[in-house]
Design a protein around this ligand. Structure first.
Ligand code: SF4
Length: 490
């Protein structure tokens, strides 16, 4: 039997992490990653449902693989499956859209893939594993390939917020968190394997810990949410406690940075803001000075319709407080433009918010209706052309802000955690080029505030996962160009 698999991933970092997990699971079954779908025995689409376009992409990609099923030689026919939020939501309905599909799995059933493939191999057709795990416990072990400096670590899953436009609570289920002890053991193992930066993942990582009783070693931390007590209550584990435990665990001494995504402003507590403080004021040394905090709109009227339960004034005060404690913090956010009822005035308030906060980066999308959500019942008052226009406007507006913010870094020395060789081996400034020595390469990494920095390294030493000081000599709105200050690696 051909023992290769091919995965196509759509969507957010949760899906990227899930695909990584699928890859490792199949590798453990003796399979290898195929370079193209034509070579694979197993083809998997890991689909996203967050926007209509993403669903269409997943289904049309499925269609592109149909011809591979038409071969007369049964031993060459691949088994095709679809998973992720698309599988979770549409389950067996997907066989109507794509009868040639062999299996469907959901976000909670990834670990059943070996079983699913066994059933398909035994001749079963249309196998579905897309039920939620009904237990409240969430336990898992992060799977990574050996040689990587970074890893995504799922710490919680699901979402209880039910924003009116969002399908995620229906595709990822109710919030469940791993325990602090389990996460620490998991990361200690990753650090032993060479991981130096972890990104803690979940739909709302800052509501981590709901329902997990504090272990006897940790005193309950009081949650001081600015708006309401939506996150974990006193007596339960919470996210700042996890960060502090990671900072203090001696097994994690070689871990250099902790990042996390994504978060909700309702759970962005004072206790969490304090983790960004300077070290002598109780800040956490390993916590990257970057925050991705989705705001979605600059208008309170629109936020209310979105069911976000936070207000712009609160968001601004959270960001002000954060910048007071950590002036160099990098900020990014998500925005939806053209939500039903959004007026020109509402949209202007979103642009005003960009001016006020000065984000380093935004992820902006035009609203697209998701069937089954509460927002799909609202009258869509913004035309498609207005949505497109607002999207272009907001992106252009932000690019100008980002260019200024990135350019302000020129001349500074910044600490970069090296992530690997850059895909593009040309530097922005063509006067600097990689010469013909094999080991002269453009490398890439990120600053603590999440800015991408490319630089030339002219030594044969492998610098993957190392911290290095780089002087910034060029900038665009997307990346910085640096020059290595000295060869000291940490
Ligand atoms: S917080 Fe809102 S937007 Fe984020 S996953 Fe939950 S329901 Fe969706």
């Amino acid at each position: 039997m051909n023992k290769q698999f091919f995965i196509k991933t759509f969507g957010c970092q949760m899906n990227v992490a899930d695909s990584e997990r699928i890859s490792v699971l199949l590798t453990e079954q003796g399979m290898t990653l195929a370079s193209c779908p034509e070579n694979a025995q197993v083809i998997i689409i890991n689909g996203c449902t967050v926007r209509e376009k993403a669903v269409h992409k997943a289904i049309s990609t499925l269609g592109e693989f149909q011809f591979l099923k038409e071969t007369k030689d049964p031993t060459l026919k691949p088994w095709i499956g679809i998973g992720g939020c698309v599988g979770q939501l549409d389950k067996k309905k997907l066989f109507k859209k794509a009868p040639y599909l062999d299996f469907v799995f959901g976000t909670d059933t990834i670990d059943h893939l070996p079983e699913i493939l066994h059933r398909v191999k035994s001749g079963e057709r249309h196998v579905v594993y897309a039920d939620f795990d009904p237990s409240m416990n969430y336990s898992t072990e992060t799977k990574v390939y050996g040689d990587q400096a970074q890893a995504f670590v799922n710490i919680m899953k699901g979402c209880d917020k039910y924003c009116t436009y969002c399908i995620v609570p229906y595709t990822r289920g109710k919030e469940k968190s791993r325990t602090i002890d389990e996460v620490l053991d998991d990361i200690a193992r990753l650090v032993e394997l060479g991981v130096r930066e972890v990104t803690l993942l979940g739909q709302n990582v800052n509501s981590f810990g709901k329902g997990n009783a504090n272990t006897k070693n940790r005193e309950p931390g009081e949650l001081q949410n600015i708006i309401g007590k939506v996150g974990p209550r006193a007596g339960e584990e919470n996210f700042p406690q996890l960060l502090r435990a990671m900072d203090e665990d001696p097994r994690l001494k070689d871990l250099k940075r902790i990042r996390f995504t994504s978060s909700h402003p309702l759970d962005f507590s004072d206790e969490l803001i304090q983790c960004y403080a300077p070290l002598d004021q109780g800040g956490i040394s390993k916590l990257a000075r970057h925050l991705h905090l989705p705001v979605q709109s600059g208008s309170n009227a629109v936020l209310k319709k979105m069911g976000r339960h936070h207000q712009i004034e609160t968001y601004i005060s959270q960001m002000d407080r954060l910048r007071q404690l950590s002036p160099e913090v990098g900020l990014s956010t998500d925005l939806i433009v053209g939500f039903p009822s959004e007026t020109e005035e509402d949209f202007k308030q979103t642009l005003a918010l960009l001016d006020r906060i000065q984000f380093d980066n935004i992820y902006a999308f035009a609203y697209s209706e998701r069937p089954g959500t509460r927002a799909s019942q609202l009258e869509d008052t913004v035309s498609e052309s207005q949505k497109k226009e607002r999207l272009q406007t907001v992106l252009k507006y932000q690019l100008a802000i980002a260019e200024k913010r990135y350019a302000s870094r020129i001349g500074k020395v910044m600490e970069v955690l090296v992530e690997g060789e850059a895909k593009n081996q040309r530097m922005m400034d063509s006067s600097l080029s990689v010469n013909d020595k094999d080991w002269h390469k453009v490398w890439t990494g990120k600053t603590t505030c999440h800015r991408v920095v490319n630089f030339i390294w002219t030594s044969p030493r492998n610098i993957l996962g190392k911290l290095i000081n780089v002087k910034i000599i060029g900038a665009t709105g997307l990346a910085l160009q640096g020059q290595v200050v000295n060869e000291e690696l940490r």
